[in-house]
Design a protein around this ligand. Structure first.
Ligand code: ATP
Ligand code: MG
Length: 354
């Protein structure tokens, strides 16, 4: 059993509270991603799991054992950082075997474990090179190899791909996911990149200001975000938001602050008269019929597979991702429909999902 339990964990630096009571349950073998904006406490939480940072309050257990007071080396975890920190004077093989050597392992055992990890990561032809003779992606793989040879209960990753260019990031994303499927070791992975989170995680933990906003599978969070923050954080381009009041009972509409009403496919029960934030994903907009609301096209960006269209609706900017190729030009007025079943309603005051 190598799950990980984080119970009411808090962290302060002097009088400043950074983490305000975080609870997360991670099952054995699960790939969990912590996401959130810069400064929300992701690295601090990871460093507390690793034992590199004291815990001000609460409890962390790994594999059923409370580790609050265990030094990092006794926690059976391996951490991969953003700047891989390879030893420049050592070869790839020496870098990967160094921790085992320090722990007093025999030569034959080191060679075997390094060989296995090199095979998993496709590093066999590079074992005699120095880090300076490797590409960014290869260095990243060596850093992972160093973690793998230790055969830890839990891998901790802190933004391991942020130094790589966009194309290599996509490739390494797939490699790390495949690696997890092969090794089935518990992974806690920190990123502020919501696409990394959506594509790799079994479970995402969204943090903001040292608090957990929501925990769930990528699609649970995408389809049913609990509040406006999570709704706006996951998804690219981001969800569109319109503030207004619900009216109309059986045939509901959203009345914008300008007084314009927009027909909706549905509204939450007993929401008549309520001030809401309406969320609609860019792929859920469509052309409206005669009499629907009018929007103005401001920017048209064809990406090849789809077209991103920026629209202006009563002073608000909306993004529409169109799958079909439309002949739209900036300045053009179009009829827009919000009549999709995939609307997200949030209470305006509390920002919570209705
Ligand atoms: N040693 C410290 N003393 C005081 N404050 C600190 C210390 N280390 C971190 N902080 C503060 O704690 C907060 C959380 O920092 P942390 O590094 O965990 O953020 P993060 O979510 O990893 O951000 P990023 O995405 O930028 O890496 C920040 O406001 C930071 O300024
Ligand atoms: Mg960080």
């Amino acid at each position: 059993m190598s799950g990980l339990t984080i119970k009411n964990v808090r962290k302060s630096y002097g009088a400043v509270n950074i983490i305000h009571g975080v609870d997360v349950d991670i099952s054995d073998g699960e790939f969990v991603i912590l996401v959130g904006p810069s400064g929300c406490g992701k690295s601090t939480l990871l460093r507390m799991i690793a034992g590199l940072e004291d815990i001000t309050g609460g409890q962390i257990s790994i594999g059923g054992r409370v580790v609050n007071d265990l030094p990092p080396k006794d926690r059976d975890i391996a951490m991969v950082f953003q700047n891989y920190a390879l030893y420049p004077q050592m070869t790839v093989a020496q870098n990967m075997g160094f921790a085992l050597q320090l722990a007093g392992a025999k030569r034959a055992e080191i060679d075997e474990k390094v060989g296995e990890a090199a095979k998993i990561l496709g590093l066999q032809p590079l074992l005699d090179r120095k880090p300076a003779q490797l590409s960014g992606g290869q260095r990243q793989r060596v850093a992972m190899g160093r973690a793998i040879v230790r055969d830890p209960k839990v891998f901790l990753f802190d933004e391991p791909l942020s130094n790589l260019d966009a194309k290599l990031r996509v490739k390494m994303r797939a490699e790390i996911k495949a690696l997890h499927q092969r090794l089935k070791t518990t992974i806690v992975y920190v990123t502020h990149d919501q696409i990394e989170a959506m594509t790799m995680a079994d479970k995402i933990v969204v943090l903001q200001g040292g608090k957990v906003e929501q925990v769930g599978s990528p699609l649970e969070l995408y389809d049913r975000p609990k509040n406006v923050f999570v709704a706006g954080f996951l998804g690219s381009p981001a969800m569109n938001f319109l503030e207004g009041r619900i009216t109309g009972g059986a045939s509901p509409a959203l009345v914008l602050p300008t007084g314009t009403g927009i027909e909706l496919a549905s509204a939450p029960a007993q929401s008549d008269g309520r001030e809401v934030v309406l969320g609609i994903r860019p792929e859920d907009l469509s052309f409206g019929s005669e009499g629907s609301v009018t929007a103005t096209v401001t920017v048209v960006e064809p990406t090849g597979s789809e077209t991103h269209v920026a629209l202006e609706l009563e002073g608000k900017e909306l993004t529409w991702v169109m799958r079909e190729r439309a002949e739209l030009t900036p300045g053009q007025k179009i009829q827009l429909s919000l009549k999709t079943p995939n609307l997200h309603f949030f209470d305006k005051a509390s920002q919570q999902r209705l």
